[in-house]
Design a protein around this ligand. Structure first.
Ligand code: SMG
Ligand code: MG
Length: 411
């Protein structure tokens, strides 16, 4: 497909309740969306960056810069396939979430072009995904117990608790005592060091499904030492940013489970590579989340339909995150704790462009330059010329959708 135009949207949607992790608190879903036009169609992707570099090193501002000045100019006017992007972008180091958002939009387009669902285009085999709910750190234990109490009856298959020093063993024990034999796991987002091994040994008899990313994101050596002391599987999230990281962590014994997030891995192509590697080695994976809007969630549902995604995903219903999602219909949870994999063409949901317009803070459109040979784009150099002046700041709640009038709806 020839990439004719790309649009970036910086969006902010209020969360229905704040989400606190060991690294900070999110009150809004504040990220970028990417819309790519090719062959008379439009595909959508989400860039899972946040305002601050706390989960990983990227931010909305760095992603905007790298997309606008390097990644988008490298694709405009070119004939590309989503599976080629890791190779095409190899020279541009890291910036995985920026790359993943663009690749996501191309996957949507490719599935549309093939007249099939994204799940089918990726080789998915399931039509429903077992899902869990990830619950943040609360001001007091009572509030966390209330949250668990609110979500469990909805059917979620397991609960993930965010932990940090001072909010860990006692919290896990209290939830266990209160709710009995539920599927339970914890996520520390790298808040501990190996010196805290006693904290994890103290949790080891609580029957946790896994302990996610207890130690530093760049430390698979200490994770291997910690794993050797525990019965509970360690699951790595932040540490695995390439398929090769997954191989090394498994070789070292740093984990027994991997959280596959296409955003962190630089896109679906690499996420599928990690899935396949783990499948060959008998290691279960599950689909992680970044509190995505419906656009990112739709892609994650498709990805999670691959066969080795055998543990419940961090993929909850739209109403766990937002009053109003940006896709239609919103994602809903079945009483059996599963979510249907969309079977419509592409993402399988209608992307609500009007609603996106109302939550957009900044927008820009980049168009392939006619008359210029497709290969002549020099990232960085020509970007300034190709790039239209991004529209000024847009207050949330603005009613007019950004972009030119008379444009085609997606799909
Ligand atoms: O439901 O998408 C969700 C949230 C899942 O806990 C979740 N994600 O480290 O796994 C993780 C966190 C990262 C996002 S924190 C804003
Ligand atoms: Mg995590």
């Amino acid at each position: 497909m020839i990439v004719e135009a790309v649009e970036l949207f910086h969006v902010r949607l209020p969360l229905v309740f704040p989400f606190e992790t060991s690294f900070g608190r999110e009150d809004d879903k504040d990220c970028l969306l990417v819309r790519v036009e090719a062959g008379g169609r439009a595909g959508w992707g989400e860039v899972s960056t946040m305002p601050a570099p706390l989960y990983n090193e990227e931010t909305n501002a760095t992603a905007w810069h790298v997309l606008a000045d390097f990644l988008i100019p490298a694709l405009l006017g070119k004939d590309v396939r989503p599976g080629d992007l890791p190779d095409r972008f190899r020279a541009i180091r890291r910036h995985h979430m920026a790359k993943a958002g663009l690749e996501a939009a191309l996957w949507d387009l490719q599935a549309q072009e093939q007249g099939t669902s994204l799940a089918r285009a990726l080789g998915g085999t399931r039509d429903r995904i077992e899902v869990g709910v990830s619950l943040g750190i609360e001001p007091a234990l009572g509030e966390l117990l209330d949250r668990v109490d609110r979500f469990l009856p909805q059917g979620y298959r397991r609960v993930k608790l965010k932990i940090k020093p001072g909010w860990d063993v006692e919290v896990v024990r209290a939830v266990r005592r209160h709710f009995g034999d539920i599927g339970l796991q914890v996520d520390a987002n790298s808040a501990y060091t190996l010196a805290d091994a006693p904290v994890f040994r103290a949790m080891d008899d609580e029957g946790l499904l896994m302990i996610e990313q207890p130690l530093a994101e760049d430390d698979i050596v200490d994770h291997a030492q910690l794993q050797a002391q525990l019965k509970t599987p360690i699951c790595l999230d932040e540490s695995i940013v390439t398929p090769d990281d997954a191989r090394k962590a498994l070789d070292l014994g740093s984990c027994r489970v991997i959280n596959v997030k296409q955003a962190r891995l630089g896109g679906v192509t690499n996420a599928v590579r990690v899935h396949d590697l783990c499948q060959r080695r008998g290691v279960p994976v599950w689909c992680g989340g970044m509190l995505e809007t419906g656009v990112g969630r739709a892609l994650n549902l498709a990805l999670a339909s691959l066969p080795n995604f055998s543990l419940p995903a961090d993929l909850s219903a739209s109403d766990r995150y937002f009053e109003q999602d940006i896709i239609d219909p919103p994602v809903s949870l079945g009483p059996d704790g599963t979510i249907a994999v969309p079977d419509g063409v592409g993402l399988g949901f209608r992307v609500l462009e009007d609603r996106i317009g109302r939550v957009t803070l900044r927008h820009a459109r980049f168009k392939a330059t006619r008359g210029r040979p497709a290969g002549s784009a020099r990232p960085g150099k020509t970007a300034a010329r190709r790039r239209p002046e991004p529209e000024g700041g847009r207050a949330p709640g603005a009613t007019r959708r950004p972009g030119e009038p008379g444009r085609r709806p997606p799909g």
